[in-house]
Design a protein around this ligand. Structure first.
Ligand SMILES: NC(=O)c1ccc[n+]([C@@H]2O[C@H](COP(=O)([O-])OP(=O)(O)OC[C@H]3O[C@@H](n4cnc5c(N)ncnc54)[C@H](OP(=O)(O)O)[C@@H]3O)[C@@H](O)[C@H]2O)c1
Length: 300
């Protein structure tokens, strides 16, 4: 079956679509026939050799998917072939890439997908909405507190502002003027990117634009800050609690987010879809431009 791979990650690496064996699901595992698998900023970091990966002959890329159950292993009694699902792969730990026509994952990573949620939309929920939800958990702000989000119109940031509003937070969304309609539709307030961050004085900040230390200025003394990468995690100052997001798969949480996506509470945005065989064009789109709004999704 075809899979999107890189042999040696690095600045000049390219993705190759190669044939890899179909794997049988073991105990407590589920095999999914993939209908959609996004290419994310994290995949580009992996391709470019910016993530500390354990050695492998070849890496199959991709962190999330949506599809249909194809086969189940022993001790899986609550999913069966034909069930629509979405899932995040704990790729960093397992190197099980989702950009392939079939993927075997632990049952604990695979959530049911409501019929109303299409595969492309579900595939962007599975990683990015879960990341946003986990970031809000780390921030742990009380109802009525003020959250600032950098990169608020991006994939993680967009879900974060919607989920934060849903949790009763006031949201200052740092994004472009061109993103005003999206931001204001969620009930957040636009803080136009480029204006001074120290005026925000938020109780907490999610730095999904990976600005690092300069974004601390937006947080009041004693507030909370969540970084999305380790290199962009600033040293704490002024009593601010600083943590780094490291999302892990969670079937139940993913399923709950899929329900919120199906009922319109959160908005899965898909900017483009590409056939899996055109993965290099999809990677070029993710890597190439700014201003893209929504996921770039591969369709096997
Ligand atoms: N640690 C984890 O568990 C975890 C999980 C998921 C994602 N991540 C990381 O989270 C980050 C965001 O991912 P994503 O999928 O949301 O990416 P994305 O969709 O590209 O969003 C990034 C956003 O940041 C904005 N931005 C970029 N540079 C900026 C700047 N200098 N000032 C203000 N805004 C800026 C972009 O706006 P423009 O397009 O207009 O420039 C875009 O809206 C990535 O680094 C990814 O690897 C981490």
């Amino acid at each position: 079956m075809p899979a999107v791979t890189v042999a040696v990650p690095g600045p000049d690496a390219v993705v190759d679509v190669v044939d890899v064996p179909v794997v049988e699901p073991g105990p407590r595992q589920v095999r999914v026939r993939v209908e959609a698998a996004p290419v994310t900023a994290t995949d580009v970091s992996a391709l470019r050799g910016r993530l500390p990966l354990r050695p492998a002959d070849r890496y199959v890329l991709g962190w999330s998917l949506a599809g249909v159950v194809d086969a189940v292993g022993a001790d899986v009694n609550d999913l069966e072939p034909g069930d629509p699902v979405l899932a995040m792969s704990d790729w960093f730990e397992t190197l099980t890439g989702t950009q392939a026509s079939s993927v075997v994952l632990p049952r604990t990573s695979v959530g049911r997908r409501p019929a109303a949620l299409g595969p492309a939309e579900a595939s962007v929920v599975a990683l990015n909405a879960l990341s946003a939800a986990r970031a809000l958990d780390l921030l742990d702000l009380p109802v009525g507190a003020t959250l600032a989000v950098t990169g608020a119109a991006g994939s993680v940031g967009g879900f974060a502002i919607e989920l934060a509003r849903h949790r009763g937070l006031d949201v200052l969304a740092v994004a472009r003027e061109a993103d005003r309609a999206f931001v204001e539709r969620t009930g957040a307030t636009l803080a136009v990117r480029g204006t001074a961050l120290d005026a925000l004085q938020a109780d907490g900040l999610l730095d999904s634009a990976v600005l690092g230390a300069p974004a601390l200025a937006a947080v009041r003394d004693g507030g909370a800050f969540v970084a999305v990468t380790r290199p962009a995690t600033p040293a704490p100052e002024r009593g601010i609690r600083v943590t780094t997001l490291a999302v892990v798969s969670d079937a139940a949480a993913t399923e709950a987010l899929a329900v919120l996506a199906a009922d319109g509470t959160i908005t899965p945005r898909v900017a483009a879809t590409y056939p899996l065989r055109d993965a290099s064009a999809a990677y070029a789109e993710v890597e190439g431009g700014t201003g893209r709004r929504g996921g770039v999704v591969l369709v096997p």
